[in-house]
Design a binder for this molecule. Structure first.
Ligand code: ADP
Ligand code: MG
Length: 560
């Protein structure tokens, strides 16, 4: 009798990855996935190992955003899984497609709460934070499990998906023939979603009556990779546009139709606003006063039908994917049908000019010690002729200032705190961007923000990634404590030398205290294309509490 050739769960998972073109995995090794990672690595899948699951999963999330394919992160069971969940929840919130795959312990023991190693009911723990969650219970279901995860991650509004792989499924065997037949490669996991013709007509009719129209570009528009269609829509209609932070560069920030430097005026005075892959959430004051007028009408172009009317009535909802929707709108518009009034475009241009001038004065000051503006002016100049460089940005003041000061000229090159406005994405996003693109990354980090993922400096150095980290170091959250004082709730060690951290792993550290030395260090580090950290000392009194969102920071009336 011929013996039947056998395989096991480990090999089936790797075969399923390969069949689906999953060529990169981010993760942290350990029980029960170590052998799986080793096997994937041997089989030619690029594996990037991190020091903490949150950063690994953030890297996978940003890989999903950049490529429109689900980024994959693998973790161990229990706490390792939970560490990754923060990033999975963040991916879902930001509409980034990713799959978190965690090994898990013995179901029989978990379900009776008998106390297993890293015992946790991971599937149910993931549910509220994931777009979808699945568990594979038999080796012959691995292929279907991955296919369902891929569909859920990239179809419709993208998001984070959890896939649970119990240790015993990985270890169990199956005959090779059955295993082969069980694999699935989805045919069209992110199908186009064509908007209804009536919705397109309604949107064009509303726009053609507008005197003061405005287009707000969100990161959904950047994600859609409909760059040419969007540019044609903006330029052929002449409508001013405002990019949300991660949509910067979809059209260059120095584009004559950009209303970014006249933001409040443009939002406050617009009569019809087109939300293009942008939600009317807290980042846009929910469409409510004092920023917004009560009479503003909205066209909202979004793949998610339930996003409509979330905060304000949407007069012209266009539900579809952005490429299809913008193409349909372009086909519907007759020549010269949409014309913003000259008063409107001139009014925006005037305010822009005034604000740009005011900003230039602030930027050109060269105080000693440096402040956020003077340091970021140097970074801006260094990046000006390097549109290929990815910019990662997090912090409070570091985020607010850099968003306004650093111009972007290419789509999807600015990666930041996003919808939650969180800290901790920095090194994960930087590594994901460098690995996926092979391009250099400059991460502009507040000293507090950097701390959340700082140990990944070792990861950056291990893989020799072209990442330069600029730590805007004012010695604390928002700002530093006076030298010699006891630590306050927001203060850190005075004069921390973050540059020495990277030297521990063979990277290049710089300690800079003047704009001239920052300029020199940044140029040198970018040119070298190897891991570097610039500890940029700025005034400890520079920075305001909560940055630009002080209104969200409750204050005790009783405290002095
Ligand atoms: P921002 O923070 O930049 O304003 P948001 O994350 O709030 O952007 O909004 C992005 C929106 O884009 C979400 O409502 C999401 O449903 C939508 N979206 C994502 N991908 C697409 C796509 N391919 N086509 C249409 N809408 C999309
Ligand atoms: Mg700080």
């Amino acid at each position: 009798m011929d013996s039947v050739a056998m395989t096991d769960g480990f090999h089936i998972v790797v075969d399923a990855f390969k069949l689906n073109g999953i060529d990169t995995i981010y993760g942290v090794a350990g029980i029960p996935i170590t052998d799986l990672l080793r096997l994937a690595h041997e089989e030619g899948i690029r594996y990037i190992g991190f020091r903490h699951e949150q950063s690994a999963a953030n890297a996978a999330a940003i890989a999903g955003y950049l490529t429109k394919k689900p980024g994959v992160c693998m973790t161990v069971s229990g706490p390792g899984f939970l560490n990754g969940m923060v990033a999975l929840a963040n991916a879902t919130t930001n509409c980034f497609p990713m799959i978190l795959i965690s090994g898990s312990s013995d179901r029989a023991i978990i379900d009776l709460e008998q106390g297993d190693y890293e015992e946790l009911d991971q599937l149910n723990a993931a549910r509220p934070y994931a777009k979808a969650s699945f568990r594979v219970n038999r080796p012959q279901d691995i292929g279907i499990g991955l296919a369902r995860a891929i569909h859920a991650a990239v179809s419709g509004r993208p998001g984070g998906v959890y896939l649970d792989l119990p240790a015993d499924v990985l270890g169990s065997t199956l005959d090779v023939e059955t295993a082969k037949k069980s694999l699935v490669k989805p045919v069209d996991p992110a199908p186009s979603q064509i908007p209804s013709p009536e919705s397109v007509k309604r949107a064009v009719a509303l726009l053609s009556e507008a005197k003061r129209p405005l287009i707000i570009l969100g990161k959904g528009a950047a994600y859609a990779q409909a760059d040419q269609e969007i540019r044609t829509f903006v330029e052929s209609t002449g409508i001013p546009f405002l990019p949300m932070s991660m949509a910067k560069g979809l059209l260059p920030d120095n584009h004559p139709q950009s209303a970014a430097a006249a933001r409040s005026y443009a939002i406050g005075q617009a009569d019809v606003v087109v939300l293009l892959g942008a939600r009317l959430n807290w980042l846009l004051s929910h469409g409510k006063g004092p920023l917004w007028s009560e009479t503003t009408q909205y066209v909202q172009i979004d793949i998610s039908p339930t996003e409509m009317d979330s905060n304000r009535l949407i007069a012209a909802p266009v539900v579809g994917d952005i490429k299809s929707a913008v193409s349909a709108i372009l086909a519907e518009i007759k020549p010269n049908q949409i014309r913003p009034s000259a008063d409107w475009t001139n009014g925006i241009a005037e305010r822009k000019q005034k604000n740009v001038q005011r900003m230039a004065e602030r930027l050109n000051a060269d105080p000693n010690p440096m402040n956020f503006s003077s340091a970021l002016r140097v970074v801006r100049d260094a990046l000006a002729d390097r549109p290929d460089i990815y910019v990662v940005n997090e912090g409070a003041n570091s985020l607010d200032f850099a968003r306004n000061i650093i111009d972007m000229s290419e789509p999807r090159k600015r990666l930041d705190s996003g919808t939650w406005g969180i800290m901790g994405i920095g090194m994960g996003y930087a590594i994901g961007a460098a690995v996926e693109s092979g391009k250099p990354v400059v991460a502009i980090e507040g000293d507090s923000a950097f701390g959340f993922s700082g140990m990944e400096l070792e990861t950056i150095c291990r893989y020799r990634l072209p990442i330069v980290i600029v730590v805007l170091n004012n010695g604390g959250i928002y700002r530093g404590d006076p030298a010699g004082s006891k630590p306050s709730p927001t203060g850190f060690v005075h004069d921390s030398r973050y540059d020495k951290l990277i030297e521990a792993f063979g990277g290049k550290g710089y300690h800079v205290q003047t704009s001239a030395s920052l300029e020199k260090a940044l140029k040198e580090a970018i040119e070298a294309g190897t891991p570097a950290l610039i500890n940029c000392v700025i005034d400890p009194t520079a920075g305001t509490e909560s940055g630009h969102i002080q209104s969200l920071n409750p204050k005790s009336a009783l405290q002095k």
